[in-house]
Design a protein around this ligand. Structure first.
Ligand code: ADP
Ligand code: MG
Ligand code: ZN
Length: 229
């Protein structure tokens, strides 16, 4: 995955990693931070205190990679811990509010490498501030995709499975799943339309209907033919 090429000494920059839930943002953030630690760079890592799903003192990915971190309530708290760091990692940037943009600017201006991961869209597919603003000012952008839990296609949206109002409802697989654009827009109807779709992302509902119509013996013969091919 794209990582920055060498910059002039003491020159800072901003890297942003965005995508839906389960797309591997935290895994990618941890990978970059570990490499920096191996190279003996001074690394400080932060996450918003609101995200206490797995641990309050570690960043944890859905695949259970973890790395120690500070929990902060406000973006400006990062400045206090970051003074002597060369590399700053921030996860779940969408929960740190508009102040995060200025904080990242200041850190980069003072010569630090700043890596921020976060959701670029909320559960309704709307841009999730301040990630769009960070994307605009970043030197490097990585957009990650998950796998749609309905059709198996590339997923860049997060679907909220339960009815809850409010943009910020912290949760995991109990509340959210990754979906592609179309299955996200279909909402609750998506499962019925695409049931049985193959991994790879076919949205062809007609093949599902044809399958329902085919008598069982004819279907068995057809499936056997497919297996020998
Ligand atoms: P993010 O930070 O973007 O939410 P993580 O880095 O925490 O993502 O987790 C990525 C991991 O989530 C994957 O490596 C995989 O193990 C797991 N995972 C769970 N659901 C999915 C999905 N629908 N698509 C891809 N990976 C998934
Ligand atoms: Mg994450
Ligand atoms: Zn889909």
């Amino acid at each position: 995955m794209a990582e920055p090429s060498p910059h002039a000494p003491h020159q800072g920059w901003i890297e942003v990693i965005v995508g839906s839930m389960y797309s591997g943002k935290t895994e990618e953030l941890i990978r970059r931070l570990r490499r920096a630690q191996i190279a003996r760079q001074r690394v400080e890592i932060f996450k918003p205190a609101i995200d206490d799903r797995y641990a309050h003192d570690h960043i944890v990915s859905h695949s259970e990679l973890r790395i120690p971190s500070h929990s902060v309530r406000h973006a400006r708290d990062i400045l206090r811990f970051a003074r002597s760091a060369q590399v700053i990692g921030i996860d779940e940037g969408q929960f740190l509010g508009p102040g995060l943009v200025e904080v990242c600017e200041r850190l980069a201006r003072s010569g630090k490498r700043v890596i921020v991961a976060g959701l670029d869209q909320d559960y309704a597919g709307r841009p999730f501030e301040p990630m769009p603003q960070l994307l605009a000012i970043a030197e490097y952008i990585t957009k990650t995709l998950a796998i749609c839990m309905v059709c198996g296609g590339p997923a860049n949206r997060t679907y909220r499975k339960v009815r809850r109002s409010g943009r910020v409802v912290v949760g995991g697989a109990d509340l959210y799943e990754a979906r592609c654009r179309r299955c996200h827009e279909l909402g609750r109807r998506a499962r019925a339309v695409t049931a049985g779709a193959s991994p790879g992302g076919s949205h062809d509902a007609s093949s599902v209907r044809a399958r329902r119509r085919a008598p069982r013996r004819r279907r068995a013969r057809r499936d056997a033919r497919r297996r020998v091919r």
